[in-house]
Design a protein around this ligand. Structure first.
Ligand code: FEO
Length: 400
């Protein structure tokens, strides 16, 4: 049975939701599920914009067939070859033998890598700047390399002023019937997942995202149709502003996230004392995270949101506590920049974690490490409370 939704008078959403998948890319927890969006444009010619993940194949095929309502499919347009979108290419090309697959050369190469599919005489290779007329709709192909893979194209449709943005402007989270951003409370219910999706999946490629934003700024865009999450049909400035901040690695908020590793609670105590001192000094919305018990994707998302990051780590095997080391390396891998760091170390016989944390942070771009560093020897004593108070003051001063 089908489940579709009208996007405009001539365009339908034909995607679906997966609420059973635990880990997106077998990495990222998605307790709110995820949607795989696909769109059909009905004109003199019909076009299907990308396919979906195999988990929703039966629904997707029913949606496409229902929407086409007996008409043939003229074009299958493939903008991105990650399997959460390309997994039904073979089935679509089989079911619609008159369809032409429209893609760029890199996409075609990847189709050959993923599948054994004879597309002889059934492809149309396009490149940046090319157009394809469907009748009253004209598709303009826009290269968007590394948003999120090198082959990615976006498509701008000029009669309805819609940007089909591939993974760009997408989000984790299943759609609950509400397809459009103005049908949900995005800021309350979606922003955290949109940030977590962007920062963990595309975060490394800020420069490339900025290049696409620059191209988009030259287009009159009234609607954004991504491959995951809500369709944007108003207040586009809100999500564009987020993308500008995330892609330029500017913090969204002047705020503090304290992320600690702690084996027996002593390093955690230092984190709590610092958080309390900050709050007493008037800092609002301080967040404290146990790195061992918070998924790294949430910590990365918070690191992109906050201006100030405090890392507290035990010394472990003469180096860093493994989850702390992994988190810092992930921040570096995702190109996090322009943050203020404060460091707290703990060690019972030789505290060296500050040195190791500093060594990683110093290799990242435009990071400030505050002067006050706190050394705990096994457990917090009065002397460390004083140093934590001093660190809190330094953080407060740097927040203003
Ligand atoms: Fe949603 Fe890069 O795939």
């Amino acid at each position: 049975m089908y489940c579709t939704r009208k996007v405009t008078d001539t365009i339908w959403w034909v995607g679906g939701n997966d609420r059973r998948l635990a880990l997106f890319e077998n990495l990222f927890p998605i307790p709110r599920g995820v949607s795989y969006n696909s769109y059909v444009i009905m004109d003199e010619k019909t076009a299907l914009m990308d396919t979906t993940d195999p988990s929703i194949t039966p629904l997707f095929l029913a949606n496409v067939a229902h929407t086409l309502n007996g008409r043939k499919l003229d074009y299958l347009i493939i903008n991105h070859m990650e399997p959460d979108h390309c997994s039904n290419i073979e089935e679509i090309m089989h079911r619609y033998p008159e369809a032409t697959l429209v893609c760029n050369a890199k996409v075609l190469q990847m189709i050959g890598q993923f599948y054994d599919l004879d597309l002889t005489g059934r492809t149309m290779i396009i490149k940046e700047g090319d157009t394809l007329s469907l009748g009253s709709h004209t598709l303009h192909f826009v290269a968007a390399p590394m948003v999120h893979w090198p082959e990615v194209m976006m498509v701008y449709e000029d009669s309805e002023k819609i940007l089909f943005s591939a993974d760009g402007f997408g989000s984790f989270g299943a759609l609950n019937g509400n397809l459009f951003n103005d049908e949900v409370n995005f800021d309350r219910d979606w922003l955290d997942d949109a940030r977590r999706y962007y920062t963990n999946i595309v975060g490394k490629y800020g420069v490339q995202v900025q290049a696409v934003l620059k191209k988009a700024s030259g287009l009159d865009i009234q609607m954004i149709c991504p491959l995951h999450g809500p369709v944007w049909r108003n207040n586009l400035g809100y999500i564009l502003d987020k993308y500008v901040k995330w892609s330029t690695y500017e913090p969204e908020d002047k705020s503090v996230a304290i992320m600690y590793g702690s084996m027996y609670g002593n390093t955690e105590r230092a984190a709590d004392i610092l958080a309390t001192a900050l709050s007493t000094a008037g800092v609002k919305d301080v967040r404290v995270y146990d790195i061992s018990n918070t998924h790294v994707s949430e910590l990365i998302s918070e690191a992109f949101r906050c201006s100030h990051i405090v890392i507290a780590s035990p010394t472990y095997n003469g180096g860093l506590y493994p989850v702390v080391e992994s988190l810092l390396n992930d921040m570096k891998a995702l190109n996090l920049q322009n943050r203020t760091f404060a460091l707290i170390e703990n060690g019972t016989w030789a505290a060296t974690s500050n040195k190791h944390m500093r060594a990683i942070v110093e290799t990242m771009k435009n990071m400030t490490i505050l002067d006050t560093t706190v050394t705990v020897k096994s457990s917090v004593k009065e002397a460390q409370i004083e140093t934590l108070q001093k660190l809190a003051k330094e953080i407060v001063d740097s927040l203003t």
